[in-house]
Design a protein around this ligand. Structure first.
Ligand SMILES: [Zn+2]
Length: 501
């Protein structure tokens, strides 16, 4: 009897193992394109690798010894190893048993394909209906991210798009419903919990032709503004509190979240989270330092030295003003990589970042000062030369830091929100330098400086004068002229803060 029972239990066990085998019907834009074999283990769905590759129009490499699988899709690589998945060398996630082998066939965990990273990287969205065993494939993703930022005076919702899309808004009860026509988002449904008083949550839902973003208001909701911005295309909705509710929000710390917070690929974008409501944090960055001398000159002080002397003077002026809390990125002749400078500013929750440099040119007649604010596109060829030159500090860094990866791309998306502010600050400083110093005004320019790109606050870069010009150089080396420059930077920023309170 005992033996019969154990034989029976083995039999039952085998049945429970094999009950999860079958096919998913695959539809591309509602058109049936074939079927894909699956295998179910512990309530996890695995797809037959050969079928998956065929359905996705991909190629594959299988390394049977290490049971590593690489799928090539749209010129990118999905690298699946024993316990992790790497999306085109950009992001890795830990996955237990991503690949199983049954009857000498490879099966790949379905979660890998429905992860938002998959659609973000490969621009193909895979949607599964596990009940009716249907897979939907969408190749035209044009809404690449939905994020919100809690500021003190408003909550900003940003819809990032790969091209301009038509939209409209409706107010239904306490919800603003944004409909994006022909919008295709990286996931089918998403709920973002905001709970900052202005917004309760944001509900994203995709149907065949449109993307709906329902912003459900919180108890403080007063009004909203909607507008679009370019480069990249995005729809921005600012939700503002009722005027009387404003006081309650002051000093409240609100943690920002990004749209894909469940995955390790999330970039939590620090924003205007105030640790000290009274004082504005001004991060003063003396360009170069240590083994990176900056612009080279034969006589007199080196660029790194001039920058530091001016930066210290700027620091002293802010220190005396109770409205500000100044911080130096370096206060001695030491080498600090560019990413650490912006990291320091971000950790301190900077309000304004100002980087101080001195210029150089092979034409000794070039003279005067320039103020830059961040942009991904330079205003003129000269502006891009200056950016390349200042960005070259990267070459001195020992550690290899990925300045070009997805992290930076996403960071710079966030940075776009600060570009306007940077241009305003530049205008205030320019006015003061022109009035109070001997340097000629070469204008306000835009260029892509690394040190500004990684910083989550409005920032400017001041090229005070030309070390290669005799007159400018004498002024740059002169302590009382440096003092005038420092005072102009201080006054410009103080005036900006006064006007934009
Ligand atoms: Zn420099």
């Amino acid at each position: 009897m005992k033996k019969i029972f154990s034989v029976l239990s083995v039999f039952l066990f085998s049945i429970s193992l094999y009950c999860g085998v079958g096919k998913y019907k695959v539809f591309k834009k509602d058109k049936y394109i074939g079927a894909i074999n699956y295998y179910e283990v512990n309530e996890k769905i695995y797809f037959d690798l050969n079928d998956a590759v065929k359905i996705l129009n991909a190629r594959k490499d299988v390394y049977s010894v290490s049971s590593r699988v690489i799928i090539y899709l749209n010129g990118k690589k999905l690298n699946i190893s024993k316990d992790s998945v790497n999306y085109d060398n950009l992001e890795s996630i830990n996955v237990s048993k991503p690949v199983i082998i049954r009857a000498s066939r490879y099966f790949v965990l379905s979660d890998i394909f429905i992860n938002p990273l998959f659609s973000k990287v490969f621009e193909i969205k895979v949607d599964l209906d596990n009940k009716s065993k249907i897979m939907g494939i969408y190749e035209d993703i044009n809404v690449t991210g939905i994020k919100f930022f809690s500021y003190i005076e408003k909550t900003r919702v940003v819809i990032y798009m790969s091209k301009e899309l038509k939209y409209n808004t409706d107010v239904v009860g306490r919800s603003v419903i944004l409909t994006v026509f022909e919008g295709s988002y990286i996931t089918q449904n998403e709920n973002l919990n905001v709970s900052d008083g202005n917004i309760k949550d944001i509900n994203v839902s995709q149907d065949k032709k449109t993307l709906k973003v329902a912003i459900n208001m919180g108890e403080n909701y007063g009004s909203y503004d909607i507008f679009t911005l370019k480069d990249p295309d995005r729809i921005v909705i600012d939700i503002k509190p009722k005027v009387e509710a404003e006081e309650n929000r002051i000093g409240k710390v609100i943690e920002p979240t990004s749209s894909a917070s469940q995955s390790s690929a999330t970039f939590v974008l620090p924003d205007k989270i105030k640790k000290n409501y009274d004082k504005k944090v001004i991060v003063i960055d003396a360009g170069h330092g240590g083994k990176d001398p900056g612009g080279r000159v034969l006589f007199g002080k080196k660029e790194k030295q001039i920058n530091l002397e001016i930066a210290k003077k700027v620091y002293e002026l802010f220190k005396k003003d109770p409205n500000f809390e100044p911080v130096l990125t370096r206060d001695s002749d030491e080498f600090i990589p560019l990413y650490e400078r912006s990291k320091k500013a971000n950790d301190l929750k900077c309000d304004i970042f100002v980087s101080i440099h001195s210029n150089a040119h092979k034409n000794k007649n070039e003279n005067g000062y320039e103020i830059y604010f961040l942009s991904e596109k330079a205003t003129d060829p000269w502006a891009s030369d200056v950016a390349d030159y200042e960005n070259a500090s990267v070459e001195y860094e020992d550690k290899v830091f990925d300045y070009t990866g997805a992290a930076l791309v996403l960071h710079s998306l966030a940075r776009n929100e600060y570009i306007n502010e940077g241009s305003k600050i530049a205008a205030y400083i320019t006015k003061e330098i022109s009035k109070n110093t001997p340097f000629a005004n070469r204008g306000i320019k835009q260029a892509a400086f690394y040190v500004l790109r990684g910083t989550y606050c409005p920032g400017v870069l001041v090229e005070v004068g030309f070390m290669t010009n005799k007159k400018d150089k004498a002024n740059l080396d002169n302590s009382s002229v440096q003092e005038k420059v420092a005072r102009s930077i201080y006054k410009g920023i103080a005036e900006y803060e006064k006007q934009h309170k």
